[in-house]
Design a protein around this ligand. Structure first.
Ligand code: 13P
Ligand code: SF4
Length: 345
């Protein structure tokens, strides 16, 4: 009980939870699962927090929804559901528990709140942003509407609820082509990811008008880097996220959402593969695909990396930081996400 009653629990920073023989024994099956990607020297700090978080979840009647970019101790040891942005949004709508703790970035927590407004939605660090979400404002979308009257506006899910509220429909990396094709119009505006828009343009006859936002993680990959990795690793498969620049996507063997990439590796079991995306995903997939060698170009998302076992523990202890959305904004933003789910979930 010392782990789960706030009044008796130490704050993690001041007084780490002890790695007792009981904790070691109870957490051993979980370590067995992640031992290839978490060094033994780190486990004694993680195990007591993992045990405490899993107990707190029961006490708070909470579920953890985690994005595929979470570190393996979060992804494999404390999460109830893991997935890409679309899967997390759909799952959030089905949650029956009182509390949803989002392990991901802020727009993902907002999307969970939109999908299930009666629940308490928490994020353990509300500063976990996204360079794409920050690249566009509701005023920018209104200006686009004026500049292109009658042209539908599709927003990538990587935006604030306020931006979603100004757009006609939402999309994610796994359904963007289908969403764009669902309109009769020959032209479609896509915000805010220029590279996702360019990728969609290669998959449809529609004219795509793109905003110039970029993911700070994926824009750093280059085709030259990929070619160098290919030369050094004959036979390796290269799988890229559609937030990558067009020349990187062209130099790859497959493009898909984070879950699309994971499924590709599980289905094809290549001897060697490079996932051109956020770093932690290779660790998470490696746990489930023994025998596949991962070559890691390794770009970290500093926003995703704000989420840690320490702050997840404190979030559940204090039920913070709660995500709230202005009701008028939420109504319009929800309509945009619900339309997406109706068209292509
Ligand atoms: P997915 O929807 O493919 O998981 O992408 C989310 C994201 O932020 C990728 O950088
Ligand atoms: Fe945003 Fe890129 Fe981080 Fe995904 S990886 S949350 S798109 S900054």
């Amino acid at each position: 009980m010392a782990y789960i009653e706030k009044e008796f629990a130490p704050t993690v920073a001041d007084n780490p939870l002890p790695y007792t023989p009981e904790v070691a024994r109870e957490m051993a099956p979980l370590y067995e699962k992640v031992k290839e990607v978490i060094p033994p020297v780190e486990w004694p700090q993680m195990a007591p927090l993992i045990k405490a978080i899993n107990e707190l979840k029961k006490q708070r009647n909470a579920v953890i929804l985690a994005h595929n970019y979470m570190t393996p101790e979060i992804f494999h040891c404390i999460s109830d559901f893991m997935g890409d942005s679309l899967q997390l949004a759909v799952e959030a709508s089905k949650v029956d528990a009182d509390v949803i703790l989002q392990c991901g970035v802020h727009f993902m927590a907002e999307t969970s709140k939109l999908m299930n407004p009666a629940k308490t939605v928490l994020i353990s660090d509300s500063k976990a942003g996204c360079s794409l979400a920050e690249s566009i404002t509701p005023q920018d979308v209104r200006a686009l509407r004026e500049a292109y009257p009658g042209v539908p506006i599709v927003t990538y899910v990587n935006t604030s609820a306020a931006v979603k509220a100004e757009c006609d429909i939402c999309c994610t990396s796994s359904n963007a082509v289908k969403i764009v094709e669902s309109f009769d119009s020959d032209k479609v505006i896509m915000v805010p990811d220029e590279y996702l828009a360019k990728y969609v343009a290669t998959q449809t006859d529609k004219e795509i008008i793109a905003w110039k936002g970029h993911c700070e993680v994926h824009e750093r990959f280059t085709a030259t880097e990929l070619e160098e990795y290919r030369e050094a690793n004959p036979g390796m498969k290269i799988i890229a996220h559609p937030e990558c620049p067009p020349e990187v996507i062209e130099a790859s063997d497959f493009t898909g959402s984070t879950s699309g990439m994971i499924n590709w590796v599980k289905d094809n079991r290549p001897n060697k593969v490079m996932l051109v995306t956020e770093c932690s995903m290779s660790d998470n997939v490696a746990v489930e695909t023994p025998g596949v060698e991962f070559i890691r170009p390794c770009n970290f998302c500093p926003h995703m990396k704000r989420i840690s076992l320490n702050n997840v523990y404190e979030a559940l202890l204090d039920l913070k930081e709660e995500v709230t959305i202005d009701p008028a904004v939420a109504k319009k933003a929800r309509a945009s996400v619900e339309r997406m789910i109706q068209v292509a979930s």
